[in-house]
Every structure is written in structure tokens, then in C-alpha cells.
Ligand binder design. Structure first.
Ligand SMILES: *[C@@H]1O[C@H](CO)[C@@H](O)[C@H](O)[C@H]1NC(C)=O
Ligand SMILES: *[C@@H]1O[C@H](CO)[C@@H](O)[C@H](O)[C@H]1NC(C)=O
Ligand SMILES: *[C@@H]1O[C@H](CO)[C@@H](O)[C@H](O)[C@H]1NC(C)=O
Ligand SMILES: *[C@@H]1O[C@H](CO)[C@@H](O)[C@H](O)[C@H]1NC(C)=O
Ligand SMILES: *[C@@H]1O[C@H](CO)[C@@H](O)[C@H](O)[C@H]1NC(C)=O
Length: 319
């Protein structure tokens, strides 16, 4: 007899179960109705993993939880049982695994095993992923340097998974230094270099640290200093009396230099025939007279220094 099946007692009645035979037998075993679900949590959160099983027998059920196939002995588990006299699924059994203040070590695959007198059933394995928002370990600092020098900006962040670091300039991804291959990013070092700095490199550099849990950014301003210089050589001018003379002094430098003009090493007497344009880079003299001829000096200065250049204006009478 015992080779063919088992005699069992359910709800006060005896049943004879033929192993692998009667379909009724399988519903006596726990049937997993709710499997634990794949969960993504932030570190520090409380997570619950739930399993629900039913059985058409009233044999008490019990649960064991496993993480990565290892039994969790000290787990915080709550079990609920519901008994339904009439229903086909006589017992409904819920097991809730509580994970408090989750950390990365809690990551893994969780599974419940529900057992009663008739056998065991294994739930699907549910993956728990614990993430952490990036946080900065190093943020770039504001930098003021001269043209030609090397700019070095540092940025490092931690998080789970390890955050990706990316850079922006003035909120975009156009780096003049990258186009000219003067820019170097050292991924292991979290350092961002700009070699042979130019005025166009000036701006706000944002370091962004991003992972699946979120992102954050830190800004640093790069200020580039350059002594004033003439972008174009100064040109002497000859105009016929009554014509308009335009004297050009195109200035470079950072901060942008301020421009002044003098005439014959003295103050320039500005009349209604004198006009300045383009931030004083152009001196326009209309209806030039013989008295306008002479040596004009363009003086440009910024915080780093002063530069001057001369333009000789020659006024000739018409033939
Ligand atoms: C386990 O439960 C599932 C329903 O979730 C059921 O299909 C399966 O037959 C059960 N396994 C056993 C061995 O009873
Ligand atoms: C997690 O649960 C504990 C205990 O119930 C509670 O004190 C704590 O505030 C909970 N934490 C969060 C983030 O909900
Ligand atoms: C979380 O785990 C990390 C290592 O994985 C550990 O350094 C840290 O102390 C843990 N935090 C808590 C709150 O347990
Ligand atoms: C950082 O710089 C970007 C681009 O210049 C700007 O949009 C953003 O508001 C700045 N963020 C902070 C926190 O200053
Ligand atoms: C430019 O001119 C202004 C007014 O004439 C004077 O105050 C200033 O000192 C001058 N700057 C230079 C660099 O000569």
C-alpha cells in the first residue's frame, strides 16, 4: 500500500493519495498565488517582499525565505492566515519579509518556500536592487588663470551604481578646447584638463554625476586673463580735407580692455565732429580739417596692464 501512495488526514477525514495520481492531491500542496516582485530601492529605505499561497487543505503552512539560495534565519517575517470554510482554496497564507534600512549587502534574489503537510512550493526569485543617489566627493573650484596656462578642474562622485561623470560648458556640450584638442578628461583621475587656455575657454563648467537613482551637478567658473594687445596692427591714415577719417584700434585682452584716445600726447579735444564706436575702438572724425592731423594714441588697459599704439593722421587739401 505505502509503495503506491499515502494515507493522510485532512479536516478530520482520511484520504488515500496515489503519488502523482489524483489531481486533487496537487491542490493540497501550497499553490503560490503571489510571487515576490522585482524591487528597486534607495539605500536606507524599508522594503517588503511578499508571497501568498493557497491550499485546498487545511494543513498549516509555513514559510522559509531565501536570499541567493541561502536561508534567512534572522529575517523579520510576518505571516497571515485566512481560512475560508466554503471556498475551494481553503487556506490563504501570506508571508511578508521586512527589510529595514536596506543597504547594498541586501541586494540579491529573494524567494519564499511555502510548505505544508503535503509538500513544498517555491516562489519565483525576485531581484532586489539597492541604489544610492550620487553625492560629490570632489567638486570643481572656480579658477582664474592666464592664457597659455593649464586649467585643471576636479570632480568625483560616489553612488550606487557608480555614477557617470560628464562635463558641460555654459550648459552645452560645445567645448572650444575639445575642437582644438586642448581638452583632456582623465576618467580614473576625475580630472578635467584644458591645455594652453584661450579666452574662448572662459565660462561656467558643470560637472554632472548621474546614475539610475538620480543626478546632480556642480558649477565652476573659469576666468581667463590676458594682457591687452592689438588684434590688428594700427594703420596710419591719409584723408582729403572735408572727408571722414576712421581710426581703428581693435583691442584684445581679458577682461575686455577699456580704450582711451589722446592726440599729440595730450587730451583729445572732442567736438561735434568726433564720434566713438565699438566701445571706443573706432574714432571717427567727420569733415576732417587740417587741425585734425597729428599723432593719435590709443590706450587700452585692463587689470593686467596697459598697452598703447600710435596712428598718424595726415589731412591733405584737395588738388
Ligand atoms: C506551485 O504553485 C504553482 C502556482 O503558483 C502551481 O502551478 C504548481 O503546480 C505548484 N507546484 C507544486 C509542486 O505544487
Ligand atoms: C523603517 O522602519 C522603521 C521601523 O518601523 C522606522 O522607524 C523608519 O522610519 C522606517 N524608515 C523609512 C525610511 O520609512
Ligand atoms: C552600507 O554598506 C556599506 C558597504 O557596502 C557600509 O560602508 C556602510 O556602513 C553601510 N551602511 C549602513 C547604514 O549600514
Ligand atoms: C550651473 O551652470 C548652468 C549653466 O551655466 C546653469 O544653467 C545652472 O543654473 C548653474 N547651476 C548652479 C547651481 O549654479
Ligand atoms: C581714460 O579717460 C578717462 C577720462 O578722460 C580717464 O579718467 C581715464 O583715466 C583714462 N584712462 C586711461 C587708461 O588713460
Amino acid at each position: 500500500l505505502f509503495l503506491l501512495g499515502r494515507l493522510i488526514k485532512v479536516a478530520g477525514f482520511f484520504f488515500f493519495l496515489v503519488e502523482g495520481g489524483e489531481s486533487q492531491q496537487s491542490t493540497y500542496k501550497p499553490q503560490i498565488k503571489t510571487h515576490p516582485e522585482t524591487t528597486v530601492a534607495l539605500r536606507g529605505m524599508n522594503v517588503t517582499v511578499t508571497c501568498m499561497a493557497v491550499s485546498s487543505s487545511d494543513s498549516p503552512m509555513s514559510t522559509v525565505w531565501r536570499k541567493d539560495s541561502e536561508i534567512l534565519y534572522d529575517a523579520d517575517i510576518e505571516n497571515f492566515v485566512r481560512y475560508q470554510q466554503q471556498a475551494e482554496e481553503a487556506l490563504e497564507y501570506t508571508s511578508v519579509l521586512h527589510l529595514f534600512n536596506v543597504n547594498f549587502t541586501d541586494e540579491g534574489k529573494y524567494q519564499c518556500i511555502v510548505t505544508n503537510h503535503f509538500g513544498s512550493n517555491y516562489s519565483q526569485k525576485a531581484k532586489l536592487t539597492v541604489n544610492e543617489m550620487p553625492s560629490f566627493l570632489k567638486t570643481p573650484m572656480d579658477l582664474t588663470i592666464r592664457t597659455g596656462a593649464m586649467a585643471r578642474l576636479e570632480c568625483a562622485a560616489e553612488g550606487h551604481p557608480a555614477p557617470q561623470i560628464s562635463w558641460q560648458k555654459d550648459g552645452g556640450t560645445d567645448f572650444p578646447a575639445a575642437r582644438e584638442r586642448r581638452m583632456h578628461v582623465m576618467p580614473e583621475d576625475d580630472v578635467f584638463f584644458i591645455a594652453n587656455v584661450k579666452i574662448e575657454d572662459m565660462g561656467i563648467y558643470s560637472c554632472m554625476a548621474q546614475n539610475i537613482a538620480g543626478g546632480l551637478s556642480a558649477n565652476a567658473s573659469l576666468t581667463v586673463l590676458e594682457t591687452p594687445s592689438f588684434i590688428r596692427p594700427l594703420e596710419d591714415k591719409t584723408v582729403t580735407r572735408g572727408e571722414t577719417a576712421v581710426l581703428q584700434c581693435i583691442a584684445g585682452g581679458s577682461p575686455a580692455p577699456r580704450l582711451n584716445w589722446t592726440k599729440d600726447d595730450g587730451p583729445l579735444l572732442v567736438t561735434e565732429r568726433h564720434f566713438f564706436a565699438a566701445a571706443n575702438q573706432l574714432l571717427i572724425i567727420v569733415d576732417a580739417g587740417l587741425e585734425d592731423a597729428g599723432k593719435y594714441t590709443c590706450i587700452m588697459s585692463n587689470t593686467l596692464g596697459t598697452e598703447r599704439g600710435h596712428i598718424y593722421l595726415n589731412v591733405i587739401t584737395s588738388p
